[in-house]
Design a protein around this ligand. Sequence first.
Ligand code: ATP
Length: 319
Amino acid sequence: VKSIAVLTSGGDSQGMNAAVRAVVRSALYNGLEVYGVQRGYQGLLNDDLRQMDLRSVGDILQRGGTVLQTARCKEFLTSEGQQRGAEVLRSRGIDGLVVIGGDGSYQGANKLSKLGIKTMGLPGTIDNDIPFTDATIGFDTAVSIVVDAINKIRDTMSSHERASVVEVMGRHCGDIALHAGLASGAETIIVPEVPYDIKEVSERMKANFEKGKRHSIIVIAEGAAKGEDVTREITNETGLDARVTVLGHIQRGGTPTAIDRILASRLGDFAVQQLMAGESGKGCGVINSKLVATDIETIVNTKKPFNMELYELALRLSQ
Ligand code: ATP
């Protein structure tokens, strides 16, 4: 591999910039040429690439969002689109590509790999829904934002003896709800992976209020239920005053935590190493502090296991 490109795709996440910086600086350190593709696969099809130097990625390590911008691209779902993407790269003499994104972006990278472009995926999504890595880039920051928001909600709710329902991101994966819930003492965590019974939730809340609990926090992953609906059901079942907060896009913004910056830096550098070693069609991750590369095929066909131990711990500790 002599020349590589990097793109960000799908939903953005904090730390994507740190990953882009790591890919660019690591490539240059190793004597490779490196290009940035604007707006994901759409930009690739539009031949919207620019050569990067050391200064192209200056002052972005600490910024949220992605300087390369991101997009969803329907055309790239077709085999003609994928062929054209490979052609654009080949015409510029680029033989390697690092794709930073979620599950769909990984599948795109795998298609390009089959067309002879060496590709590496980096898990850039706040949802933590990619298996074969302990965490995705942006997850730690998103959890910190949710915990910080719940701290503030908790102050006002306990003054009024109210129940707070907080809806967080996570369409198929409840990890943000789980981790933020445990870290902020949530009494109930509702996630897509575990069925819930509103009557049982309400009974526990009533029992806890009788034990002297002054506030009750219910964290819901958006893919499991709507915060608004659960709030209404809880008010009906318990008679308690419940209020809902939908956190929305603030979870995807702001400066990445040190943990996300370090993860992104390690993974960006690792992806370049893997490409130089001739690897392709792999997704990079960190498992038990060790860098690992796993076939994208395996990654996209595996569901991320849910951590029931943490879930049960959160329930035990929040009585
Ligand atoms: P997030 O999880 O944050 O939404 P994502 O990477 O899963 O991120 P998608 O919208 O699913 O987001 O995918 C991003 C882009 O990747 C798509 O717009 C499309 O261009 C490309 N892509 C998705 N799935 C495939 C596929 N099966 N084959 C080829 N390209 C794909």
